[in-house]
Design a protein around this ligand. Structure first.
Ligand SMILES: [Zn+2]
Ligand SMILES: [Zn+2]
Length: 438
């Protein structure tokens, strides 16, 4: 018995999204799609699993995501596959495979999988919205991409968040900087946290974004990458900053911002919600990855993108009290106590006319059907008793707002229901909340 109960639960670290919460997801994805499609991005779907080498090469073996958190498995044909832990590497793999003309601008909405310790705002399957833009090295593209992410947050009403911006340099200037940083940190090795004292030789950059006070204190005085960019990287970064300022996108330079994946170059950015707990406040981020296409076997092609975590974004919305999406109410609920034939035909007629209509099933009593009509949130009930069935009419009974009940011929039911809709722009009648429904 215990086993049966276990199989009837979602796996640890995953969650279901059911109506009416799911209407927020629909609204968010629709809003995101509208915004990025206006900027020329088209939807791309890629498989949720890939050859594991896509992630090993793209993200890097040394990262936690690949080394510790990836869902890796062998299929029945002996191939080693992995569930995607993030959105970018699969999109770049698809680009390398299909070679669409550049600039190639694509967006996605996808689950991502990481074997992490489950906690609030951290899931083993979470969901991301993102874009990737491949081809141009132009810093104005960086500005476009960062502004789209910023615009996504603002479009749902978020305001209490910060955009952190940095440049990771490139293969020309970063190695010399990393050496300089390693020298500096080596001189302070004993003051670093144990993890980063140990990893200093492998990757000194990691100490920069460590949250532990020891590392923070040491890195406060560390050399900063933006002070050691080559001329080309410095010019690129200056143009990005100029563009963000021109578009009124506020940002803060953050020299500690070094993203964990090997593929990032130059512009890198992260959005943090001030309304969420510091440990889980990252609501989105991204950056340029000019070497990734080559790493995955394609021709040298610059690229930039971002990913936004849907669950985190919605948590931030809850924390700020914004983006409450009401499910659209039903226009009509048909209550038929004459066998259900009229309910079947009238709901079909209403739906075909673009109205939202539902009905009761199983020949329940008038009282039970009326209760169901009320709980459905419908604006009107259409009642069918023996008299109505005989005369080819329905009794239109308003459930919300004003209006008297009146008899309507079945042939005129679409117009009659439509006439009860509030004028465009008027607030619709309140619909039941999740609490009312439970
Ligand atoms: Zn540390
Ligand atoms: Zn450089």
């Amino acid at each position: 018995m215990a086993d049966d109960r276990a199989t009837a639960r979602a796996p640890s670290g995953t969650h279901d999204v059911l109506w009416p919460e799911s209407t927020r997801w629909e609204a968010l994805i629709a809003r995101f799609a509208d915004q990025v499609e206006r900027a020329g991005y088209g939807l791309a779907h890629t498989p949720i699993f890939e050859d594991v080498r896509v992630f090993r090469r793209g993200i890097g073996e040394g990262s936690d995501v690949v080394g510790k958190e990836m869902y890796e498995f062998e299929d029945r044909g002996g191939r080693t596959l992995a569930l995607r832990p993030e959105g970018t590497a699969p999109m770049v793999r698809a680009f390398v495979q299909h070679r669409p003309p550049v600039p190639w601008k694509a967006w996605y909405a996808t689950p991502a999988f990481r074997y992490e310790r489950p906690q609030a705002g951290r899931y083993r399957q979470h969901h991301q919205l993102g874009v990737e833009a491949l081809g141009p090295a132009d810093p104005d593209l960086d500005v476009e991409v960062v502004a789209l992410a910023d615009g996504t947050f603002r479009s749902v009403g978020l305001g209490d968040f910060e955009l952190k911006l940095n440049s990771m340099g490139d293969g020309n200037c970063r190695p010399a900087y990393v050496e300089r940083l390693r020298e500096y940190l080596s001189a302070h090795r004993d003051a670093l946290c144990p993890e980063h004292a140990e990893r200093l030789d492998a990757n000194p950059l990691r100490a920069l974004d460590c949250k532990r006070p020891q590392c923070r204190e040491v890195t406060e005085g560390a050399p900063r990458l933006i002070d050691h960019l080559c001329d080309a990287c410095a010019a690129h970064f200056a143009r990005v900053r100029e563009g963000l300022e021109a578009l009124g996108v506020p940002y803060r330079l953050d020299h500690r911002l070094v993203r964990g994946f090997d593929y990032y170059t130059r512009t890198t950015f992260e959005f943090a919600s001030a309304a969420l707990d510091a440990a889980q406040n990252g609501i989105g981020g991204g950056g340029r990855y000019d070497g990734l296409v080559e790493m995955l076997g394609g021709p040298p092609t610059p690229g930039i993108g971002f990913g936004i975590g849907i669950e985190r974004l919605l948590l931030a919305c809850d924390a700020e009290g914004v983006f409450p999406v009401d499910p659209p109410p039903l226009d009509a609920f048909v209550v038929d106590v004459t066998g259900g034939g009229v309910a079947r035909d009238v709901t079909a007629r209403l739906r075909a006319a673009g109205l939202r209509a539902d009905r009761a099933f199983d020949g329940r009593s008038m009282k039970a059907q009326l209760k169901a009509a009320d709980r459905s949130g419908a604006r009107v009930a259409l009642l069918v008793g023996a008299d109505e069935a005989d005369s080819g009419t329905v009794l239109l009974k308003p459930l919300r707002g004003d209006g008297d009940q009146h008899q309507v011929p079945v042939d005129g039911v679409v117009e009659a229901v439509r006439a009860t809709r509030p004028p465009d722009g008027a607030p619709s009648a309140p619909v039941p909340t999740r609490k009312d429904l439970s």
